[in-house]
Write a protein that binds this ligand. Structure first.
Ligand SMILES: Cc1ncc(COP(=O)(O)O)c(C=O)c1O
Length: 360
């Protein structure tokens, strides 16, 4: 394997496998958004005009357009922050998405890791070194799916520090109760958002950062001119309208039901790590590498956990899909873990519910 920090769910995919490794919502982009993208193609002879998208994103979060930086996905925002900042003590809270740390290292910054404790993987704000001038964390967190209360995250903001909160999955939680995207009172707060997960735009690359205007300007200075294409900008406008945000919220509510169905279907021997709140769950199973290989043999791609700092080969991240898919997955998982049970494996109702590890 190459650098584990650069390993991602799409590396687990292969033709014929059901994708439980990448956390992009299935069935997306929706037809109306495809129409927006098609229409935007008519304008691609002109250089892109980012102003309407910037204004739309600002309006959606109650921010000034000067506090918005449109980026080619959340991933670009991490690189721009790494280029714009010169932290003396950068602390990345793990386990979490690895691109922010990879971007900081690529820019030549030393990085310290703060590993959260199992089984809850909850943030303890007092564990963050007081003199860290850059703190990075995700909320909800990939890969644990844990949602830290907004108070705990906000407590990390202070003058002289940049607090980078990766909210790429914030819109998978109904009502976004922990989001800090609208907060302008917290010094140095840099919120990074993605439109690629909920809207199925991973291949288009659309995201943005929300931060004090001077930080936005510094990050913009590290960005090439015309960083987002005209279709990407059209998508940013379309996905931040009130109607689109209501649609995302409805999807998040449906997702909660689908996640419950997945958890209820999991067989004995599988521990659910933390309390999942997003579009994926983190599982722990003995012999994880063997189980992952056996799942592949049965047609399922799940995300290995051992490339995340603090996790092991026994950790597997699984995307939440519709209940029928989840039950079929759980049945194969049960057959792998308990080969003596004759198949077909019955569905949720007769299988014991999986309870988050911390509640056991
Ligand atoms: C937690 C997290 N943040 C950010 C990203 C990057 O998102 P984008 O596609 O917007 O660059 C990902 C992608 O997997 C992610 O999991």
């Amino acid at each position: 394997m190459t650098d584990p920090l650069l390993h991602h769910g799409d590396d687990e995919l292969a033709p014929g496998l059901v994708d439980l490794a990448v956390n992009v919502r299935t069935g997306t982009p929706p037809p109306w958004l495809r129409e927006v993208l098609r229409a935007a193609l008519d304008g691609v002879a002109a250089y892109p005009d980012a102003r309407p998208a910037r204004a739309a994103v600002a309006a959606a979060h109650g921010r000034d357009p000067a506090e918005v930086l449109l980026t080619a996905g959340a991933a670009e925002a991490f690189v721009l922050a790494a280029r714009a900042l010169a932290p003396r003590r950068a602390v990345v809270v793990h386990p979490s998405f690895t691109e922010p740390e990879a971007a900081l290292r690529a820019a030549g910054h030393p990085v310290e890791r703060l590993l959260l404790d199992p089984p809850a993987y909850r943030l303890d704000p007092t564990a963050v070194p007081a003199d860290a001038d850059l703190v990075v964390l995700g909320n909800p967190t990939n890969p644990t799916s844990v949602l830290h209360p907004h108070r705990d995250v906000a407590a990390l903001a202070r003058t002289g520090r940049v607090l980078l909160v990766d909210e790429a999955f914030a819109d998978t939680v109904p009502g976004e109760p922990a989001s800090l995207a609208g907060r302008t009172d917290l010094p140095g707060l840099l919120v990074v958002r993605s439109l690629t997960k909920t809207w199925g735009l991973a291949g288009l690359r659309v995201g943005y950062a929300l931060a004090p205007a001077d930080l936005v300007a510094a990050m913009a200075a590290a960005q090439p001119h015309w960083p987002l294409s005209t279709p990407a900008l059209a998508a940013a406008v379309a996905c931040t309208t009130e109607a689109a945000r209501a649609e995302a919220d409805a999807a998040a509510r449906e997702l909660a039901g689908h996640r419950a169905a997945l958890l209820a279907a999991l067989p004995p021997g599988v521990a659910v790590v933390g309390e999942p709140a997003s579009s994926f769950v983190l599982l722990r199973v003995a012999g994880g590498a063997r189980v992952r290989a056996a799942l592949r043999d049965r047609g399922w791609a799940v995300r290995r956990g051992d490339t995340f700092p603090g996790l092991s080969p026994d950790h597997l991240r699984v995307a939440v899909r519709d209940p029928a898919t989840s039950r079929a997955f759980a049945a194969d998982l049960a057959a792998i873990l308990c080969p003596e049970i004759p198949g077909p494996i019955p569905t949720t109702t007769s299988l014991p519910a999986a309870v988050p590890e911390e509640h056991r």
